[in-house]
Design a binder for this molecule. Structure first.
Ligand code: ADP
Length: 431
């Protein structure tokens, strides 16, 4: 147990020898001389204590301080106590750090801590395994010198980490990694890499399965459709078979259109690097869309088409037309006769806007986010009646993604909807 020295006690210890020297001096009638020599002796003693302290602090390997005497005892003990406190704090911190590291090692993903200049500060074992880092040799190296994929360097340079990046693993081309970067603390970054090879393979299998099944269904459906048509023409109009045959034909037509849409979706999904160098003449495309719309709507709807002249875009004409025509046919199908559908193509600040506005049934807000999922329909009964498959908006979404664009939906239930997308300025061609 160390004693702390109060200011009063220290003063007392300092004054005591001086009083003693004064008394001895008075005894021999030599107050000044005795006081002078006494003070010098006191100074020499204090200097010795400072030397002992300095030796212990800088040179001595011992943990315990030298035995302090007089007023120095408190100082020595105080420093020792402070050191003990610091040692306990350091050991607490290192236990915490060790626990954090154990936690990070237990992560199912590779984790790398980077500083603001993208130098590696720390990585877990999985990072060494799937990113091929060597620890501690790679400590302090720039991460883009170790992961040498051009997309990765661009991703780091852009510093927009909202979307993950997919790149092949630096260890093996056959493995695919999903990289996420999260900023934290003083401009530090946490990089998380996950092996998504298996998920990617499964996704590929799913796409192939859908494409193959759809393809295989096409021929039997065409045969069925053909025979049903023949059988229908052979039946007399008042025959009891007439109704079932026409129902069967309706359903096969529906199945055929579903298969067509599934095939279109797999084609669009598969086309990763589509050629966007082609210039799409939007005025011509709008004319075709208008014709199709009139064919579908007849005279029961008011159709308005506004197209800004000379505003064209680079892109894939088939995919863009498929997206636009899906939006227009939906607007017609989900609007009761008598309604108005306005289609617009015009310049806006960030590019060119294509929008389809209807005065139809509208969509409640809770369904809007799910519209582009495959086979998703807000109201199954109504959608079946309109002949929909639930694939149209999924096709539109993929087609628009290939054009650096996304589908925006605003809708008011019971009043109508606006489906729109913006083609970014860098794709536009103005004449
Ligand atoms: P479907 O072939 O069923 O129309 P889509 O993928 O084109 O499939 O659309 C998905 C769902 O979104 C539709 O079933 C419908 O409920 C809703 N929807 C799409 N467009 C509109 C619209 N203009 N007005 C109201 N609902 C719409």
């Amino acid at each position: 147990m160390f004693i702390s020295y109060s200011g009063y006690r220290l003063f007392f210890r300092f004054a005591l020898p001086l009083v003693l020297f004064m008394l001895i001096g008075a005894l021999f009638d030599q107050v000044v001389i005795v006081m002078l020599f006494g003070t010098i002796a006191l100074l020499v003693w204090h200097y010795r204590q400072i030397t002992r302290l300095s030796f212990w602090l800088w040179k001595d390997k011992k943990l315990t301080p030298p035995q302090g005497r007089g007023s120095w005892e408190g100082v020595f003990n105080g420093i020792y106590r402070l050191q003990g406190k610091n040692r306990r704090r350091v050991s607490k911190l290192s236990t915490l750090l060790a626990r954090f590291r154990q936690g990070a090692e237990a992560l199912p993903d590779a984790a790398v801590v980077l500083d603001a200049e993208h130098n590696i500060l720390w990585c877990n074992k999985l990072a060494q395994l799937i990113l091929g880092f060597v620890w501690p040799q790679d400590n302090g190296l720039r991460i883009d010198n170790l992961i040498r994929h051009p997309n990765f360097s661009t991703y780091l340079k852009k510093a927009q980490y909202n979307e993950p990046l997919e790149i092949p693993s630096p260890v093996s081309d056959k493995r695919l990694l999903e990289i996420r970067v999260i900023g934290y603390g003083d401009r530090q970054l946490l990089l998380i890499a996950r092996d998504i090879t298996r998920i990617h393979q499964l996704e590929g299998m799913r796409k192939d399965f859908v494409a193959n099944v759809s393809h295989e269904l096409k021929t039997p459906l065409t045969v069925l459709q053909g025979y049903l048509e023949i059988m229908q023409t052979m039946e007399a109009p008042d025959s009891p078979n007439h109704k079932p045959l026409s129902m069967m034909q309706q359903q096969t037509t529906r199945m055929q259109s579903m298969v067509e849409q599934l095939l279109a979706l797999s084609r669009i999904e598969d086309a990763v690097d589509i050629d966007l160098s082609q210039t799409v003449n939007m005025a011509l495309m709008m004319d075709t869309l208008k014709e199709e719309a009139y064919g579908l709507a007849g005279t029961e709807y008011t159709l308005e088409f506004n197209c800004e002249p000379g505003l064209n875009t680079h892109g894939n004409e088939l995919q863009l037309r498929s997206a636009c025509s899906n939006l227009i046919s939906n607007a017609i199908r989900y609007t009761v006769p008598g309604g108005t559908i306005s289609v617009t193509w015009r310049s806006v600040a960030t590019g060119a806007l294509f929008s389809v506005k209807d005065t139809g049934v509208g969509i409640a807000p809770q369904y809007i986010n799910r519209l582009t999922e495959r086979f998703y329909r807000v109201d199954n009964a109504r959608s079946s009646k309109t002949g929909g498959s639930g694939l149209g908006l999924a096709i539109a979404k993929h087609a628009l993604n290939h054009h650096y664009s996304e589908l925006n939906v605003t809708s008011e239930y019971g009043k109508g909807s606006i489906f729109s997308f913006i083609i970014p300025s860098h794709l536009l061609v103005r004449q």
